[in-house]
Ligand binder design. Structure first.
Ligand SMILES: Cc1ncc(COP(=O)(O)O)c(C=O)c1O
Length: 386
């Protein structure tokens, strides 16, 4: 995708909306604008039906039912609702929460809040050099004092795809809640049975070619009464998340989920992974030091290339690429002062190695020409900085 002559290689930060999705959303701003919670008239009933249909499509993506999907403002809110929600209804003898060391900042920050303000103990589960959970370290920490374990399906920086069924199976004997942040999963893997393995699954609209401002939390039916809401009000969505549900955004998220249930989804993953591999090969064919961080092979997000350029600063390269190529370090940066990625550090990289690493991510609208041009631009940037 070329945005005013800028090649977009940051699909894991956000995706451009798919025109098919925008088309489905269009009528819901003016013609079908009803409040889905208006119970006295047909306009409201129709809007409610659209929300139910949307929940059904999102649920089908992960093998759940419509009444198990709660719409939120995004994946950040879904993760907060999952962790804070179960913690605030936890019994006094379950006060430990385990999170993988490479979770997104919103999971880590929610867990940290529970530790600093609400009396929970939070433990990080280590990962190996490719970002896979250390299963024996996880197993060693499990007992009946653990309330919840949170492990993302697919990492947003290095693309590691975890073995979710295997992790879930370890938790069952202890009755531990399993929360899975699946924001990056639909683009990376088949997830039609995710709800079988996890009690709580978080999703985001804008990572899957849908709109920003919408996400969803799957809450297994029997877990719903064990969740304390974060937002109180009119009692919408079974009281689990009050507030008027944004119908156009729900329709957009549903349309995004439906596309991932078409035969084109696995084909797209295959094409994108071929393009990603060709990008890396083009970089490696030159004389610069190019190392790929994260796993090799199939257990990696097909669009993710997290590349380390030892001896170069990632920020210098990204700066030199402007305005022609958009990529990122992948690490969250709210302050304007980029910090070395906690994900790369957890994989065992030094601070200097983490600060030499760039995440390139490709997706639905990436063309072969862009791949060639992106690699050429990166090599040009390295030459100008050498
Ligand atoms: C793995 C993961 N979790 C959570 C989030 C936050 O998602 P949202 O922007 O929908 O709040 C992101 C986005 O960066 C992500 O990649």
């Amino acid at each position: 995708m070329i945005c005013s002559k800028t090649i977009y290689a940051d699909y894991q930060a956000t995706t451009p909306a798919d025109p098919r999705i925008l088309e489905k959303m269009a009528p819901f701003w003016r013609e079908s604008f009803g409040n889905p919670h208006s119970t006295d008239h047909i306009i409201g009933w129709r809007a409610a039906e659209s929300v139910r249909d949307s929940a059904s499509s999102v649920a089908a993506l992960i093998g759940a039912d419509a009444d198990e999907v709660i719409f939120t403002s995004g994946d950040t809110e879904a993760n907060n609702l999952a962790l804070l929600g179960v913690a605030r209804r936890a019994s006094a003898n379950r006060r430990r929460i385990l999170v993988s060391a490479i979770e997104h900042k919103c999971v880590l920050a929610a867990a940290r809040t529970l530790a600093t303000r609400e009396g929970f103990t939070v433990e990080a589960i280590p990962v190996d050099g490719e970002g896979f959970i250390d299963l024996s370290a996880l197993e060693d920490r499990l007992d009946e004092t653990v309330l919840a374990v949170s492990v993302m399906a697919v990492n947003n920086e290095v693309g590691t795809i975890q073995d979710i069924p295997q992790i879930a199976a370890l938790l069952v004997p202890y009755g531990i809640f399993f929360h899975c942040d699946a924001a990056q999963a639909p683009c990376a893997m088949e997830i039609s049975d995710l709800a079988k393995h996890a009690d709580l699954v978080s999703l985001s609209g804008h990572k899957v070619y849908g709109p920003k401002g919408i996400g969803a939390l799957y809450i297994r039916r029997d877990v719903q009464e064990r969740i304390e809401p974060l937002i109180y009000g009119g009692g919408q969505q079974e009281g689990l998340r009050s507030g008027t549900v944004p119908v156009p955004l729900c329709v957009g998220m549903a349309a995004a989920a439906e596309i991932f249930q078409l035969p084109e989804a696995p084909e797209e993953r295959t094409r994108v992974s071929r393009q990603r591999d060709s990008f890396v090969e083009l970089l490696q064919s030159r004389s610069f030091p190019v190392v790929v961080n994260g796993p090799a092979g199939d257990r990696r997000h097909p669009g993710n290339a997290n590349v380390r350029f030892d001896g170069f600063g990632a920020q210098d390269i990204l700066g030199a690429l402007q305005p022609r190529l958009a990529a990122s370090t992948g690490a969250a940066c709210a302050s304007g002062m980029p910090e070395p990625s906690h994900v790369l550090r957890a994989l065992g990289l030094s601070e200097a190695q983490a600060e030499s690493s760039i995440r390139f991510s490709f997706g639905r609208f990436t063309s072969d020409e862009e791949i060639n041009e992106a690699a050429r631009l990166v090599v040009g940037a390295l030459e100008s900085l050498a």
